[in-house]
Design a protein around this ligand. Structure first.
Ligand code: NAP
Length: 323
């Protein structure tokens, strides 16, 4: 099969598209002909050799793991009825950036009717994470929600959920195209946070109301400015550090302003038992049209281009590779 292999940690062009042996499904596994494979921002850091998330893999490695496709063979002990079924999983091996992947039957979801492979693969982990973050955030109609990286994979889904709920949504994103994308999603306010003074623009646009919840996956300076916009008694839910910068508010300030900081990512990583159910919920939400993922696709052979685009903030929605 063709796959994207990393031999040396470094820049995106180190990702090599080449022919490797087909994976063989073991007991309890199926082999999937991959139609769509998801890419994560953290994988760009791992590719560069930065151990700021999951442990770095041994090299050579095929990155990824979330795949949607069609079961084309089964391993020992697996019902042959699986062959020909469309499935999606977060646990494709030896990696998702490939034409074929094996996965445990127990880790498969049948593709909900009407969902494309691209949409399913965009929801299985990014949607799962979003649902977990939203459960933790517990938004209400009274909330004024500020979302950073609002045009991204998670950000777009948060904006949609908050709008459906009837909360007021302030969407912050980098650059005019992303701002236009979040206006289109129905945000009450959209702001380009690459522009100086963006926080003041948000404050003015709220006409006296204050931000009650920040949902942030960027961290660093953007998180600090978002934190400063929070009303006393508000809550800040974090789920990543796309900027690769840190933000740690002074505990005394938190106390004085009665602001609650919640590291949603730590809570979600600490509860792996809920992940399969959250994957099912995310896929169902997409099938029902309650959450509609946007995908930006690249041919599998251009995984290096996809990585370069994602890490230079040039993508909107979920990045998906098509074998
Ligand atoms: N997807 C998941 O399942 C998942 C799981 C766990 C954690 N997370 C974390 O949640 C956050 C959002 O994830 P996502 O998958 O929805 O990603 P994403 O928002 O689709 O992609 C990255 C976006 O982050 C923003 N960004 C800000 N500073 C950046 C920088 N220095 N380099 C690259 N991007 C930068 C950019 O948007 P702007 O140009 O608008 O700033 C960029 O387009 C990330 O921190 C991610 O690591 C995601």
């Amino acid at each position: 099969m063709h796959a994207v292999v990393l031999y040396t940690f470094g820049p995106a062009e180190n990702l090599r598209y080449e022919v490797v042996p087909d994976p063989v499904p073991g007991p309890g596994q199926v082999r999937i002909a991959v139609k769509a494979a998801g890419v994560h921002l953290i994988e760009t850091a791992m590719r560069a050799g930065l151990a700021i998330g999951p442990p770095l893999p041994e090299l050579p490695a095929i990155f990824g793991g979330e795949v949607a496709g069609t079961v084309e063979s089964v391993g020992p002990g697996v019902d042959a009825d699986w062959i020909g079924r469309d499935v999606v999983t977060s646990a494709g091996r030896p990696g998702g950036y490939a034409e074929l992947a094996v996965a445990d039957v127990a880790a498969l979801h049948r593709m909900p009717g009407g969902l494309s492979h691209e949409a399913a693969v965009a929801m299985v982990v990014t949607g799962r994470t979003t649902i977990g973050v939203l459960d933790i955030a517990g938004l209400t109609t009274d909330d004024v929600v500020l979302v950073t990286s609002a045009a991204g994979g998670i950000g777009r889904l948060i904006v949609q959920h908050a709008r459906r709920l009837g909360a007021k949504v302030v969407a912050a994103a980098g650059g005019p195209a992303k701002v236009a994308a979040v206006w289109d999603l129905g945000a009450d306010h959209a702001v380009d946070y690459n522009e100086p003074g963006w926080a003041e623009t948000v404050r003015e646009s709220l006409g006296g109301r204050e931000v009650t919840v920040v949902l942030d996956g960027v961290s660093g300076e953007k998180a600090r400015a978002a934190f400063d916009l929070l009303a006393d008694g508000g809550r800040m839910i974090t789920f990543g550090a796309a900027s690769r910068q840190e933000f740690h508010p002074d505990p005394e300030v938190l106390k004085a302003r009665d602001v609650t900081m919640i590291d949603a990512l730590a809570l979600l990583i600490g509860s792996p038992e809920v992940m399969p159910a959250d994957e099912t919920r995310a896929l169902a939400a997409a099938a029902e049209g309650a959450l509609v993922p946007a995908v930006q696709t690249f041919p599998l052979a251009q995984a290096a281009t996809a990585h370069a685009a994602l890490e230079s903030r040039a993508t909107t929605g979920k990045v998906v590779l098509l074998p």
